[in-house]
Design a protein around this ligand. Sequence first.
Ligand SMILES: C[S@@+](CC[C@H](N)C(=O)[O-])C[C@H]1O[C@@H](n2cnc3c(N)ncnc32)[C@H](O)[C@@H]1O
Length: 302
Amino acid sequence: MPELLRVARAVATNQLAWLAPRAYLRMTAQTGRGDSGDESPEDIADYFRRCVDDYLAFAGVPAQDAESVLENRTILEYGPGDFPGVALLLLAHGARKVYCVDRFPMIRLSPKNLDVWRAMLDGMGDNQRRRALALLRDPDLPAKGLRPGTIEYLVRPYGFSGLSGEADLVISRAVLEHVDDLPGTFADMLEALRPGGQAWHLVDLKSHGLHRTNPLDFLAWPAWLWKAMYSHKGVPNRWRLDTYRRILHQLPIDELRLEPTLRASAADVAAVRPQLAPGFRALSDDDLACLGMWVGFRKPGR
Ligand SMILES: C[S@@+](CC[C@H](N)C(=O)[O-])C[C@H]1O[C@@H](n2cnc3c(N)ncnc32)[C@H](O)[C@@H]1O
């Protein structure tokens, strides 16, 4: 698509996403996972199991100890997407309650998502399955939804939870790169955590399909134009590792971990450097190369 047309279209659809967010979500059929629509329920159930395994691996918790770590915990998940699969698995592992907070009203109990739930139940051991079935209003009819008090879904401006001292654990996957106020989101999670609580976040710093020839060339758009094209659509905010480091170093937290999971090649970093928009020019090669990372910390106290 010619460049000018691409920009005009992106700016116009950004206005639509701003004025009619529900209609925009419906039109674009977003799940949050960026899937092509041909994933099977089993594939999606596998994805959610992998998410939980990845969180536990990041925290250094062996799979057989998952229940002792999660039992009776209150967990806050930012940005669950269109189905709270991770929350359901955490509850099946013995968590007491999961809050899911989002900026957009994404969750849908569609027939496909109910099939995902059935596929998740099929993959569970006896204890997990018993807990999972107890979450339902009617174990024979998952479409009737969950009993109140198990998962609480909060749709809030900026995606802030507004919780205070309640969460033992705060998690997210592929969410922080979408938030519009990153310092505000970190302040919200710190307030939501009880003293001693932990945060585990997997951040995807890739372009989400918005680059052309180099995986970093989406950093060439000036900030004002990026905002005009994408600010209401939940596409990446483009903050890089240096911004996370700067925000987190100012917060009263312990045991900070910033661990890159994926890097652009040195050749791509060198090739994109002359094209970078002003806000990215001071980045070191190392920080510029980072295309994904884990962020972890602990709130000081007990
Ligand atoms: C790429 S999806 C990831 C969904 C899910 N975590 C997964 O791994 O499948 C991003 C999610 O973040 C949500 N989101 C976007 N901005 C947010 C914000 N400011 N606060 C909380 N969630 C937000 C989106 O609505 C969506 O649910």
